[in-house]
Design a protein around this ligand. Structure first.
Ligand SMILES: *Cc1c(COP(=O)(O)O)cnc(C)c1O
Ligand code: SF4
Length: 345
């Protein structure tokens, strides 16, 4: 596979802006890596949204926030396992991705050469899951799960299924977006082989309608054909998708292709991503507009993972306006008042 990793290879196609050029003199910790396929989606304007997702800028050196805002390090229970919510946990299967996103919220880890999870680390995580029956869902994340070799993937699935075949495994991956060729017959056979017990669920990461190419959707279809449902997590990104028309098109196309829009994340307060974040009040206004335009099924939940490890909360306009002895009061989406009686006795 051909990967874009240098200034020269970017310049074969793009005329770099000054802030992009300056990154190479003063790079941030997250490496430059763009797959040939994803690079082909970039349009030739300086403010192209796909370009903003993956071409680095010196603005990443603005240190206004934390490197670990979700306090994942202090919630780690083994080298690779984060247990933040009682009934679910997240396994960092590798620090590698097929393309590094400039908005990556796990910069403390991603692309820093920790490498793929070892068999020993898989065994450790399995030991913890065996002892913690309260865990019902496991996020296989990173980095990108599918950068693991077929052999390591198989070892991971086999070991997890051996200790707990009742845990729902979320396959968290951006590979359908950035490197759809990964999903060849061999890897799909492995997934099929371990599709027993609790189901796999596919969690994709599409941020813009341009990413929903035929090739990309073909990769997702392979999971759907195995009966694996697909959900999408989008990050709200300034200059990429902070626009009602763009998000409306994205969510409708996702749903049409049987990928349920799940979360629309407010950008985490992670250092190096300030230029890509949106203001929360503007985000809530956008959410309201989307609610007017989209069906309930097409509508993602606008979500904030609170700084200092506060956990996830849903952001939306509050329709509850107050109460008296007899009633609760609400506003309709059109701004009219309604009341609903309290239950007595
Ligand atoms: C977001 C997250 C989860 C999953 O949360 P859901 O709301 O169920 O999607 C699990 N563990 C960690 C550490 C997370 O950040
Ligand atoms: S694919 Fe995910 S883990 Fe990898 S760089 Fe993008 S956001 Fe970060």
């Amino acid at each position: 596979m051909v990967m874009i990793t240098s200034k020269e290879s970017l310049e074969e196609k793009l005329t770099l802006r000054p802030d992009e050029k300056q990154w190479f003199e003063n790079p941030s910790s997250l490496p430059l890596l763009i797959s040939d396929y994803y690079f082909s989606l970039i349009g030739d304007t300086p403010d192209d949204p796909i370009r903003r997702e993956v071409v680095p800028s010196v603005l990443e050196n603005v240190t206004d926030a934390s490197i670990d805002p979700l306090k994942e390090v202090s919630h780690s229970v083994t080298a690779r396992l984060i247990h933040r919510y009682r009934n679910r946990a997240a396994l960092l299967t590798t620090d590698r991705c097929f393309t590094y996103c400039r908005h990556c919220f796990r910069r403390r880890f991603t692309g820093l050469d920790t490498g793929p999870i070892s068999e020993k680390e898989i065994d450790e995580a399995a030991g913890y899951l065996k002892a913690h029956r309260e865990i019902k869902e496991l996020l296989l994340t990173g980095g990108d799960l599918f950068t693991l070799s077929d052999e390591r993937l198989e070892y991971l699935f086999r070991t997890l299924k051996e200790v707990r075949d009742d845990i729902i495994l979320r396959l968290c991956t951006r590979a359908p977006v950035t490197f759809p060729d990964r999903f060849d017959e061999k890897v799909m056979k492995i997934i099929e082989k371990y599709s027993y017990g609790a189901p796999f669920m596919l969690l994709t990461h599409y941020n813009h309608p341009t990413e929903l190419t035929e090739k990309s959707l073909e990769a997702v279809k392979k999971f759907l054909a195995l009966g694996i449902p697909a959900f999408n997590q989008t990050v709200l990104l300034h200059g990429v998708n902070d626009d009602a028309d763009v998000l409306e098109e994205l969510c409708n196309k996702l749903l049409y292709n049987r990928i349920k829009p799940y979360y629309l994340f407010q950008g985490d307060l992670v250092t190096g991503t300030a230029h890509l974040r949106c203001d929360i009040k503007a985000g809530i206004a956008l959410e309201q507009e989307l609610r007017r335009r989209l069906s309930g099924l097409a509508m993602p939940q606008y979500t904030l993972d609170l700084p200092d490890g506060g956990g996830k909360i849903i952001l939306t306009r509050d329709h509850f306006t107050g109460e008296d002895d007899d009633y609760y009061y609400f506003t309709t989406p059109e701004g009219e008042e309604r009341k609903y009686p309290k239950k007595k006795g």
